[in-house]
Ligand binder design. Sequence first.
Ligand code: SAH
Length: 351
Amino acid sequence: MGLDQSQLEDWVQAEGQPAYRARQLHEWIYARSARSVEAITVLPKAWRQRWPQPGPDPIGRLAELHRSTARDGTVKLLLATDDGLSLETVGIPSPDRLTVCVSSQVGCPMACRFCATGKQGLQRSLQLHEIVDQVLSVREAMERRPTHVVFMGMGEPLLNSDTVLAAIDCLCRELGMAQRQITVSTVGVASSLPGFAERALHRLGRAQFTLAVSLHAPDQALREQLIPTARAYPIEALLQDCREYVALTGRRVSFEYILLGGLNDQRRHAEALAQLLRGFQSHVNLIPYNPIDEEEFHRPTTKQVEAFRRTLQDRQIAVSVRASRGLDQDAACGQLRRRIGDPAQAGRIYF
Ligand code: SAH
């Protein structure tokens, strides 16, 4: 999984099989969600039996450890890697779309204070097939074709950026998604955005996916309080890199702004944010904080959120509020994994 048609051809030929088997593999992996070579009944039995089940299989599907469904239909999956780690992925349905929120790493080294994943440290970056699997797993679990993918699950995509770009390429070519339906969210890794834009242009031909930058504060001092890694990356340098990203890709950037009651959600913060982003080709997405166990932050009231939104709008900033989904089921990124754990640690598999 993750290979395109010609790479699959190389693989089947190395296996001593005729090239046309690659077409069959492609269809069964991407269109029919085959979980093992053994299950692809059009292939010769003798070849399939090289990988008896259960056992390691070259397709590389992840096992489902746990599934929870919230009252609003949001489905959260905990998936297991071959090396006994677990990762989260979420399917968020609405009448006209199904968005998959995918993880790019197991854990995350960025340690943002309000983030449940940040409390777990980094285990490792995900591989290509482990990212693509998340979209297929949600498609199977929800029996519906995903329309949108957001890299807003566990991990910092810019610390696994080549794999993230390969995954975008795979989702577009092999699963028929469009780049415009994909969003990559980053909290900012010093000086990496222009290089990321160039590599995206090189790898994908064009960079039409949306880049979302987790800003969360209108000034350096407050941002450092919430995001420890921001100390190494002044907010002005981040914004300058964003401008360069816009110039290189021709796409506007969106800014995410988590609203923490009493901390960064006051009128003066909205005014400072509007000032900071004046004249910038951007869009601000406000995210009311989803409470996690370890921290004392507060979710702002609906009235506070609306007042913040209006202050930005009155200053000609394009702004929207992200609806919180799946709140009854560990909505904040990293919570489910924290509650259930890794199969390797627990020494058992949960079904
Ligand atoms: N590392 C990337 C992507 C993963 S987090 C990034 O930081 O952008 C995706 C988004 O969810 C980020 O904007 C992040 O700040 C936000 N987020 C994390 N924890 C949250 C919480 N408890 N409540 C609301 N949003 C949260």
